[in-house]
Design a binder for this molecule. Structure first.
Ligand code: AMP
Length: 442
């Protein structure tokens, strides 16, 4: 099917032509017809499938020009980065339309965002918390909202946005069309749809767990952090085709430690993003990576979700993710839109079970390649890698039940005394025949 066959408007077709896309992806094609029929949609899709345009094409197609410039389309996403990215996508698609898109997110200046909304916005892209704040203070007018998109719902719930999400759903006009996108449909997502949606039509992009076909996967068994650093260093030095490398690590602190190590080897070529970094720093790092001035970007899972960084040549799982689905999200950053990609994982002895879960989710065994012979194996261990020392537990013999109880010997006489409360007033009365009170010095 071509875009022309989708019943798009001329301005949208022109914008797509500018973007150079030849045909809609599976999810784009499927979502479009269901949306146009007015039904609610539940899209099961991960990033890399073209899901953003899957919801933008039909919603922008149905947007009506209004002089009031009240929001008609509301898109809720879990992270600030995604807000910025989706706003950009809206602007690209609406290049030939008269349409105002505004992005609002926590951490950004709320006054500026209030002013932007006041100037008029047809499309609002928001993170849940800030959205509730702006709706409650009256800056975001909800009455004209006809379509609601909730993207990456599973991630939103993971991040603890339950209450905000429900608040938003309660604030919106009853008569509206809903679209929900999630990589996995958990019981909670299911319950949310039962309560707030109207029999959504399920559309699956690629069955969850199917690794994208144009990604080559491989793994190394590596004993510890510093050996991983050595291996990474070696691979980056020996493979100039590793030109845009996204490295996933388990925690913020490991991200910073790895940054320290790599920055030393490749000064100025490494970026790092995680939730402790300032917003500007995060935007800049992603931009530099986008533009190619950073060859490597180190990231934690949450921040990287949904980030669309084009043409990532290699994804490294420096640490194996605990949630198997995250493995698929991570490797989905490469091999996008028909480009070949490579995903390389570093597996330690402790990761055996995690890898097993990932492999059974994908129904695929990640091929393991031997470590290069010249690789320097480090003996230095980080604190969490050191073997745990268990204290020997000593059996304490407790006295038998029968012998436990009162003291075994008689108290000596002075210990037998019982404290008696003295009545000083009475004693004074007896001694002096009148009550004598203590009085402070005048
Ligand atoms: P998403 O799954 O929405 O994160 O999109 C993944 C990437 O695919 C983005 O870089 C889009 O610009 C790109 N893309 C979206 N639709 C198409 C299409 N029909 N043909 C080729 N690339 C696309």
């Amino acid at each position: 099917m071509t875009f022309e066959e989708l019943n798009l408007t001329k301005p949208l077709l022109n914008a797509i032509a500018d973007l150079g896309y030849s045909k809609p992806t599976t999810i784009q094609e499927k979502v479009f017809s269901v949306m146009m029929s007015g039904q609610d949609v539940c899209g099961i899709a991960q990033t890399g499938t073209g899901k953003t345009f899957a919801y933008l094409l039909p919603t922008l197609r149905q947007l009506q020009f209004s002089k009031d410039r009240l929001p008609q389309l509301l898109i809720v996403v879990p992270t600030r980065e995604l807000v910025v990215q989706v706003v950009e996508e809206v602007r690209k698609l609406a290049a030939y339309m008269t349409l105002e898109a505004v992005g609002v997110y926590g951490g950004g200046n709320i006054k500026v965002q209030m002013a932007e909304l006041k100037n008029g916005a047809d499309v609002v892209v928001a993170t849940p918390g800030r959205l509730v704040d702006l709706a409650m203070n009256g800056s975001l007018k909800t009455k004209a909202i006809k379509k609601l998109v909730i993207d990456e719902v599973d991630e939103m719930l993971n991040l603890g946005f339950r209450t905000q999400l429900k608040n938003i759903l309660d604030l919106l006009p009853q008569k509206r069309q809903n679209l929900l996108f999630s990589a996995t449909i958990t019981n909670e997502v299911e319950a949310l749809m039962q309560t707030y949606f109207n029999n959504p039509v399920r559309i699956e992009a690629a069955p969850v767990g199917t690794p994208l076909e144009n990604i080559e996967q491989r793994a190394y068994h590596v004993p510890n952090f510093y050996t991983k650093v050595n291996l990474l260093d070696m691979l980056l030095n020996e493979n100039p085709d590793m030109s845009k490398v996204l490295i996933f690590v388990a925690t913020k602190s490991l991200a910073d430690q790895l940054f320290g190590q790599l920055e030393f080897q490749f000064p100025g070529g490494i970026g790092v993003i995680h939730s402790n970094k300032e917003q500007n720093h995060r935007f800049n790092s992603v931009r530099q990576f986008h533009e190619g001035s950073y060859r490597v970007l180190i990231a934690t899972d949450i921040i990287s979700r949904g980030l669309d960084v084009a043409e990532v040549s290699h994804v490294f799982n420096f640490d194996i993710p605990e949630v198997p689905e995250n493995y698929i999200h991570r490797i989905g950053r490469t091999g996008r839109a028909d480009k070949k990609g490579v995903a390389i994982s570093f597996i330690t002895d402790n990761d055996a079970e995690l890898v097993e879960n990932i492999e059974s989710l994908m129904s695929y065994s990640i091929p393991v390649v031997p470590l290069p012979e010249t690789l320097k194996i480090s003996e230095i261990l980080l604190e969490f890698e050191k073997p745990k020392i268990f204290m020997k537990s000593i059996d304490v013999k407790l006295p038998k039940r029968g012998t436990v109880g009162a003291a075994f010997h008689e108290k000596i006489d002075k210990n037998k005394k019982v404290n008696v409360r003295r009545n000083h007033a009475e004693e004074k009365m007896k001694k002096y025949g009148r009550p004598i009170k203590r009085s402070g010095k005048k």
